[in-house]
Ligand binder design. Structure first.
Ligand code: AMP
Length: 488
């Protein structure tokens, strides 16, 4: 741990956030709509939830740790946030001690008026910017990278809020889908490469923004379109909606991991059904890496669509060989390896009557540390499976994400530490295969990955990061200097 780095936690993992954002303007019940929308985005973050509203005069805010239902179920809670504009946020970070101060939307009273922001993504030069701002006298209230945006807006010399925001965002590198509220209205924007998702919808006269289209289904809104990479959409209280492209046009690099794991399967991302893409990844996997088995078994829930695709392509029956308890939290969130291991067992149970004496192939969306896969393979063997093969509906995750998907530091990624055969031995499977990167691209409708200009951000698989990573470079330079000092 680097104790001078506020974006690092005590486990040595950086504070990468997985988040969901939602915004509604010109809606009589803006906070209630936002609470419903956040329910549909709950899978994007379970650590905390917050809503900020505006009634034409004042901003109101309620933020809490835990799930949306724990914080926003009662009409009293919603009544605390009156007004016809609201923005909400669900958050999940790897840090245990993140606390309330990091829960979004963040709000500040600026010289130009109130400013609230909800952010999905990760700013890869946040620490560099923050250090500079602190040197110039800024006092930070949180350890969230999002607060950097507020300080940059506050200190910008441009006269209007939109110009200040653009000025601030020009200094920021990395991934951001933002919903901003000011007394003039709402601004939704996506980073120039469109790494994290953001969609625009409509219900009656209200304009809605959300991380995923599934949030519109829940409130009965119509999906209009995606917010384009690098686009700022400004919506005011008179019903005007204006699109700006202040950063020029770049070849987009949306996150391919949204298709693999992160988005809900009933969402539309990049104009494609996430469910269909996942099934197609499974089909590609079956073509590339068939298994001579009796049953195709998904690792629930994230492996289900790919397993259906694998089964349909291969003609091998699809069966539920693992039953999942829906009352245990996600295994990934547990801070220590011990806690993570025990919760895998509480979460999944073998369907012994089905798998006993069978040759099976397990399908999961990804292997990160390998904890889940090892436990599940062992569980299947204990339940009497004769052969246990493993197929993964993504290429090996060998690189950390710096753009807002929570992945552990690189040294903890199984694929960063091992080649294929040692990985197979580690998870104790009879065989192991990952879909190829081109297979993944075929599944999302591309002929192949264009190496010179990839159509997606796939850095977690390829190490090809589409932006500079100033904080990482600064940290590496510092570490190199430290070891140089030691030697010298
Ligand atoms: P692991 O046990 O560390 O190998 O984690 C693999 C499991 O975590 C897979 O079943 C995935 O569905 C799930 N997973 C992959 N990436 C993430 C993520 N960023 N956040 C939460 N869960 C994830």
């Amino acid at each position: 741990m680097n104790f001078t780095d506020p974006f690092h936690d005590e486990h040595g993992d950086s504070l990468h956030e997985e988040c969901g954002v939602f915004g509604a303007i010109n809606a009589a019940d803006a906070s209630a709509l936002t609470a419903l929308g956040l329910h549909a985005l709950q899978h994007r973050g379970q650590e905390a939830a917050g809503i900020t509203s505006f009634n034409g005069e004042e901003f109101f805010s309620r933020r809490g740790l835990g799930h949306v239902a724990e914080n926003f179920s009662s009409s009293d809670a919603i009544a605390e946030m009156p007004g016809f504009m609201a923005a909400g946020h669900v958050r999940y970070s790897t840090t245990g001690g993140a606390g309330l101060r990091n829960v979004q939307p963040l709000y500040a009273d600026l010289a130009a008026g109130g400013f609230a922001v909800a952010h999905n993504g990760n700013i890869s030069n946040a620490l560099t910017l923050r250090n500079d701002l602190v040197r110039r006298g800024a006092i930070f209230q949180s350890t969230s990278d999002t607060e950097v945006i507020i300080h940059l807006v506050a200190t910008s010399r441009y006269p209007t809020m939109i110009d200040r925001l653009v000025d601030a965002l020009r200094m920021v590198e990395g991934a951001y889908s933002l919903i901003v509220m000011t007394p003039e209205g709402m601004i939704a924007c996506r980073d120039p490469l469109g790494i994290r998702p953001l969609v625009m919808g409509r219900i009656g006269d209200s304009i809605i923004f959300a991380s995923e289209s599934v949030a519109f289904d829940v409130i009965g809104a119509e999906l209009i379109r995606e917010v384009e990479p690098g686009e700022l959409i400004r919506a005011d209280f008179k019903g005007n909606v204006e699109s700006l492209h202040p950063f020029g046009r770049h070849a987009p690099r949306p996150c391919i991991f949204e298709h693999v794991y992160f988005s809900r399967p009933d969402s539309i991302f990049g104009g494609k059904s996430v469910y269909s893409v996942r099934k197609e990844i499974g089909a590609q996997l079956a073509i590339e890496s068939p298994a001579d088995v009796d049953l195709v078994i998904p690792v629930p829930d994230s492996g289900v669509p790919a397993a259906i695709g694998y089964a349909q392509q291969s003609g091998v029956p699809f069966e539920l060989g693992i039953i999942r308890s829906h009352y245990v939290g996600r295994t990934f969130i547990q801070p220590s390896d011990g806690a993570r291991n025990s919760s895998v067992k509480r979460k999944h149970n073998a369907n012994r009557a089905l798998v006993e004496g069978k040759r099976i192939v397990l399908i999961d969306d990804s292997i990160v540390r390998g904890t889940t896969s090892l436990k599940i393979v062992e569980m299947m063997r204990e339940a009497g499976a004769k052969e246990v093969h493993f197929r993964v509906a993504s290429p090996p995750t060998a690189h950390s994400c710096f753009y807002g998907v929570d992945t552990p530091e690189r040294s903890k990624l199984l694929a960063a530490r091992m080649e294929l055969e040692p990985m197979r031995a580690f998870i104790k499977a009879d065989s192991l295969a990952f879909v190829s990167i081109d297979g993944l691209y075929r599944a999302v409708g591309q002929e192949q990955r264009k190496a010179a200009c990839p159509q997606f951000c796939d850095a977690c698989f390829t190490g090809d990061y589409p932006t500079s990573l100033s904080d990482l470079a600064a940290r590496e330079a510092k570490d190199a200097q430290l070891s140089f000092d030691k030697v010298a």
